[in-house]
Design a protein around this ligand. Structure first.
Ligand code: PBG
Length: 326
């Protein structure tokens, strides 16, 4: 009896053959680790909804990065928590701002670590919006100027890559032109191209103290129902000079990752955001799921969907598990 001729189970019959035909291999090279830096000394303030994640002062951040570099994670994405906030988010582009000090310290201590900085105003503005606010609305073009100043100041501090996450129109082009004009033509731009107005950012806003004080971000971040619009955003950012395009969040947007990858051919980053991390952590703490298996499955899914780079708070754990051999 030879029925059926094709028996797909033959390719699953043992670990050797499964390894040989496996289509997606997660690697530590895929990861960027988001970190939060704040003023002070000896500070390691836990973020309640994100077990394992802290607001670090620079000295403690450097200790943390010893571990990150030891695990061979290629780089970090830096978020700053300023001492004071104001209407125009001035610490975002102050020469001695928290991110600027941190970049200088990190590049000095770990020259081989890729330092990516988030370019946005919401952590720095008193109203918590990602741009200049007038009469309750977020103005596009006046915001561009401040984003350009922020990106230039990060490049001057030594950032290797800037990642505009504000979702203002035209910011990538303005930032690219300004960087080039100042001799920073080798500083990369990773654009948050398809950044959705998502409820999954909740825990991050606790970590960064960046929740909008009125209204929401729906006039600049994308509607979760749209995918065609994500392609237009990605194409625009590429035309304006983006080197890498990002889809954010990741798990509810795997189809968007796939389409952006297939239709642009550019390196695609996916941001496995705070709320996605918190859900896994909470269920794992209750003993309801196997954290290690779940995390590796989720990260593999994000890569299988087409992500070349995964920004994830699980990076350290995943790097350890990969090293141990899953
Ligand atoms: C800043 C920014 C946010 C995140 C990354 N950059 C928050 C937001 O847009 O409200 C979210 C990251 C996360 O949830 O892990 N604009």
């Amino acid at each position: 009896m030879s029925f059926p001729v094709q028996r797909p189970r033959r390719l699953r019959s043992n670990e050797i053959i499964r390894r040989m035909v496996r289509e997606t291999a997660l690697s530590v090279d895929d990861f960027l680790y988001p970190v939060f830096v704040t003023h002070g000394e000896g500070v390691a303030r836990p973020v309640e909804a994100m077990p394992g994640i802290y607001n670090y002062s620079i000295d403690r951040l450097l200790e943390e990065l010893t571990e990150v570099a030891g695990l061979k994670i290629p780089g970090v994405l830096l978020f700053g928590i300023p001492a004071v906030k104001d209407d125009l988010g001035s610490e975002a582009y102050a020469r001695d701002g928290i991110v600027h000090e941190a970049v200088r310290a990190i590049k000095k201590a770990f020259p081989g670590l890729l330092v990516v900085t988030d370019i946005c105003l919401c952590e720095y503005t008193s109203h918590g919006h990602c741009g200049v606010v007038e009469n309750g609305s977020v103005l596009n073009d006046p915001t561009l100027e401040l984003l350009v100043k922020t990106a230039l100041s990060h490049a001057a501090a030594g950032a290797d890559m800037v990642a505009p996450s504000d979702m203002m129109d035209g910011r990538v082009g303005k930032i690219r032109a300004a960087l080039d004009a100042q001799g920073y033509e080798n500083v990369l731009i990773m654009a948050y191209s398809a950044k959705y107005a998502s409820a999954f950012y909740g825990p991050f806003r606790e970590a960064a103290g960046s929740a909008p004080q009125f209204g929401d971000r729906k006039t600049y971040q994308m509607d979760p129902a749209n995918a065609g619009e994500a392609l237009r955003e990605a194409r625009l950012d590429i035309e304006e000079g983006a080197d890498i395009v990002m889809v954010k969040p990741a798990l509810a947007y795997l189809d968007v990752i796939r389409r952006v990858k297939d239709e642009t051919g550019f390196p695609v980053a996916a941001y496995n955001v705070s709320g996605e991390y918190s859900m896994v952590k909470a269920a794992a703490q209750k003993g309801w799921i196997d954290e290690r298996k779940i995390v590796m499955e989720l990260l593999t899914g994000i890569k299988r969907a087409g992500a070349d780079i995964i920004l994830t708070y699980h990076a350290k754990d995943a790097a350890k598990w990969l090293r141990e051999g899953e």
